[in-house]
Design a protein around this ligand. Sequence first.
Ligand SMILES: [Zn+2]
Length: 452
Amino acid sequence: MKKKIKKEKIEQPALTDEQIEFLSAHNKKSNSHPTTDEPFDKSSYAKTRRYLKKHKFFAVVITVAILSVIATVVLLSVYTASIIANRPNSDDFTVKIGDKKYTAKYEDIMINDIMYIDATKIATLDEVIISGDATSRKFTLPSLQYVRFANNSNVAIVDGEYFDMGQKAIIKGNMCLVPIDFISKIFYSGLDIQIDTEENNITIGRVEIGSNGKNDPIYEPLGLTTEIGADVTNVAYEQFGFDSRLHATILDPKSDEYLLLVNHTNPLSSTYIPYDLVQLNCDTNPANPKSYYNLREIPAKALTLMMDAMKTSGIEGIQASSTYRSYKRQVEIVDSYINHKMSKYSLSYEDAKKEVLKTSALPGHSEHQTGLCVDFVQGTSSLTNDFENSTAFAWLKNNAHKFGFILRYPSTKEAITGYDYEPWHYRFVGRTVASRIYEANICFEEYLALSK
Ligand SMILES: [Zn+2]
C-alpha cells in the first residue's frame, strides 16, 4: 500500500499557482503548530524569498530603501570631498601689500575662524606713524586721522569715535593683528583686498575711494564723541532731583590724578598715602566707626551725591563697606587670610598665599590704597556675587557712570583686569571717562590703553 501511494505522489502533476497559494496560506495558519514534516526549505534565505514573494509591496519598499541608502552614501561622499577640497589649508599665507610681499604664519591670519591682518604691515602703504606699546597701538595717517587698537580689546578708536570690531585686536611683538574685515571697512575704505584661501594668498592694494563699492561702513560707531551727551550731564536734575551741573567739578574733575591705575602689574609704593583723604558723609557699614571710612575729597563728595540719588530712586539700605585701605592695613588683611587658610586647610604658607591671592591683592596692588574706590553692601548682603541680585546693583549698573563711577571688575573682563568679577566694587574716574567706559563696554585697563 505504502509503495503504491508513493508512486501516485510522483505521478502528480505540477501544482498550479492557486494550489501553491492555498498551501502556503495553510502552512502559515499551521505555523503555530509546527509539524515535523515541513515541506519547505527552512534556510533564512529561502524564508526571506518566500516572504518577499508573498508581500510584493514590502519587497518594493525594501528595494527603494536600499537604493536610497546607496544614493545617500554616494552624495555624502561627493559633498565631503568637495568640503575637503574647498577648505582653506593650514599653510602659511603669502601677503602682498602694494609691491611688497611677506609670509604670515597661518595662526597669525586665521584666529578663531576669523581672518586677521597685521595692521603694521598695511601701514607701509602710506607714511603712517606707528606708536604704542604692548598694550595698545596707534596708527596716525599723514592726514592726522588715526586709529587705535588695544590688546585683547574689541574696541577700536577711529578719530575719537569708538567702534566695536566684534573681535579682539591682538598685539604680539611688533605685530598688531586686527580683523581684516574691520581694516577694509573702516581703517582704509579705499583698500582692495583679495583673499585666496586655496593657495593662501592675500593681495592688498590701493583703490580710489568709491570705485570698489565697499565704502558703506558696516560698523557703526558706539556713539561716543569727544564730548559726552546732555543725557548724562543733565540726568541728575531730571531723574534724581538736584542739578548735577552745579556739581560738574566734582562729578567730572577731568584730571589724570583720578585715572591712577593699580592692578597686579602696577603697584603703589608702600609709602603712598593720598594727600586729600576725608571721612565719608554717606551711610557706612556700622561694623566699624565712621572714622574708619575715608576716600579722597572729590570721590567722597561724588559718592555722597550718588548715594543721595540712590535714596531718591528708592534704593534702601545701601552702605559703603570698604573704602580707603592703607598699605599697612592690606598687609594685615592678607596675613590674616593666609593664617586662616593655613589652619583651616592645613596648607603651607606658600600654598595658602597662592589661594588668598586669587581674590585679594598683595599689599601695594590693592586699588583701595588709592582712596578712589568703594565696596558696597545692601542690607545684610556681604561681599559676594549675591550683590548682583540686589536693587542697588541694578541701579548702579545703569547710573554709576553718571556720577563718575565704574564697575571696576566686570565679569567679561577678568582676563584683562586680572581680577574675578566683583559686582560690589566701584571706582571713581570722573563722569566723562566713566561714560566712555560704560558706553563702549570696556574696562579701565582697556580705556587707558586706548586713550594713550
Ligand atoms: Zn573692593
